[in-house]
Design a protein around this ligand. Sequence first.
Ligand code: FES
Length: 106
Amino acid sequence: MSDLIKLCKTQDVAPGQSLQVDAEGLPAMAVYNLDGEYFVSNNMCTHGMAWMTDGYVEGDEVECPFHGGRFNIRTGEPTAFPCVVPLQTYTVKVVGDEVCIERPAA
Ligand code: FES
């Protein structure tokens, strides 16, 4: 049984929205709701000091509020310049109404 970390309630993130969450010992994370499917990645843009939760969710992508770089929310892969380094993503498990991630390997 893997170690799950609770991040928020499912109802805390509306479809097409994101939410910043913090968990001890981990970088700030963003929870996304894509039509009822939840995804979690690091919230800090890999290009600069910007929170992706301050940006815009469009389809499966999130656009950074600083320079307009984009990432695929499902994979963390960069999809638009100037972002070239992927966002770290986490394995999500929804347990009841709790959005959780598996504790990443140290
Ligand atoms: S800080 Fe995000 S695109 Fe530059």
